[in-house]
Write a protein of this length. Structure first.
Length: 367
């Protein structure tokens, strides 16, 4: 079976030989790009009992130097990594990624221990062996999966699967009465160390579940699981239901508080806005009032102007003193009733009468 690493190797060779970015040469013009479909596998990795091995060829291991230089495409470096892989997580995937990238041409075989071996040597698992097999074979870095892998690697097992190197973290793994189950692999020069991912492990995930046990039980009860399926007693079931109701009430109260805070905040914003508008209107009103009724306002000027017009209307201007005077015709005489005497006259009238009288006398004398 040809390993699915030819495209990756060809791209690496192009990057080495190319003079431009991404391995582009002067003749290419456009940097070569990997096909989108080749970024992931379409099918899960096969199991070892489904893969045919040509045992006619002798099993000759490659050295570390040969593996680092790069082997032919038809002879990849066969790297083996084993584990329990319970609750398959990113830490497992990173370890397998490191094992896959140990050498330029790597064929990664992953061994998964059975439930029997795991329960005897390590402890109870959350996922059964079939679930763990299926989880590992769907990892993109895995080329082959060995079911029911041995707890301790024997020379017969290494020869059967034609393994060149064994990948695992360098921390001594004490189990099965040994301080380090990979000690003989290290002494044989077949060990390739990888690095553990800090902050995540199967034990950490289980610890979270145990720590928050009540939360997850209530979560599954809400999703329709029965108390029998969760191994929860009748009293605890009622307790969890009561806690759920209390939490709902708390959530409603919290929602009401948040809404009331939002309402109060909106009212405050509205009141501030109204106060600002009122202040602007009041300033405008006061300005208009002062402009109209102030000491130098428009009303004072209007009153002054009206007063001047009234004074002009009441007392018109006197005629100039140099203007000629016109004699007025004497007013008709007025007699007092039942009297033959004329009424007293003013001095001006008296002088006029006297002159008239003298005028009349002179005329009689001439006649």
């Amino acid at each position: 079976m040809e390993p699915p690493t030819s495209s990756r190797l060809n791209s690496r060779k192009r990057r080495k030989d190319g003079s431009g970015p991404n391995g582009a040469t002067e003749l290419d013009g456009i940097p070569p790009k990997m096909s989108r479909r080749s970024l992931g596998l379409r099918e899960p990795a096969p199991f070892s009992d489904e893969v045919e091995i040509d045992y006619s060829k002798p099993y000759i291991r490659v050295t570390y130097e040969e593996a680092m230089r790069g082997t032919p495409l038809d002879r990849p470096v066969r790297v083996y990594a084993d584990g329990i892989f319970d609750l398959f997580h990113s830490g497992h995937a990173r370890a397998l990624m490191q094992a896959k990238n140990l050498f330029p041409n790597t064929y990664l075989i992953v061994g998964v221990c059975s439930d029997e071996l795991t329960h005897n040597f390590k402890g109870f698992t959350v996922m059964n062996e079939n679930e763990r097999y299926d989880a590992v074979r769907h990892c993109r870095y895995v080329d082959e999966v060995v079911r029911n892998a041995p707890w301790t690697l024997t020379p017969e097992f290494l020869a059967e699967h034609r393994i060149d190197f064994v990948a695992h973290d360098d921390i001594p793994y004490s189990s099965a009465g040994s301080d380090d189950v990979y000690k003989h692999i290290k002494e044989a020069g077949m060990f390739a160390p990888t690095q553990r991912t800090e902050g995540i492990s199967t034990s950490d995930i289980i610890t979270r579940i145990v720590r928050d046990y009540d939360v997850y039980v209530r979560r599954n009860l809400q999703r329709g699981y029965t108390a029998k399926e969760l191994n929860v007693s009748f009293i605890n079931e009622k307790k969890y239901h009561l806690q759920e109701r209390v939490d709902k009430v708390k959530k409603r109260v919290k929602d009401v508080e948040e809404k009331s805070k939002e309402f109060v905040q909106k009212v405050e914003e509205k009141s501030i806005d109204l106060i600002q508008k009122w202040e602007e209107k009041s300033r405008e009103f006061i300005g208009n009032f002062l402009e109209m009724f102030g000491p130098e306002g428009a009303l004072k000027h209007m009153l002054k102007e009206g007063k001047g017009r009234m004074l002009q209307a009441i007392s018109p201007k006197q005629s100039p003193s140099s203007s000629p005077t016109h004699d007025r015709s004497p007013s008709p005489s007025f007699r007092w009733p039942f009297s033959t005497k004329t009424p007293p006259s003013s001095p001006a009238n008296r002088s006029r009468n006297e002159s008239a009288l003298t005028y009349d006398i002179s005329e009689d004398e001439e006649d």
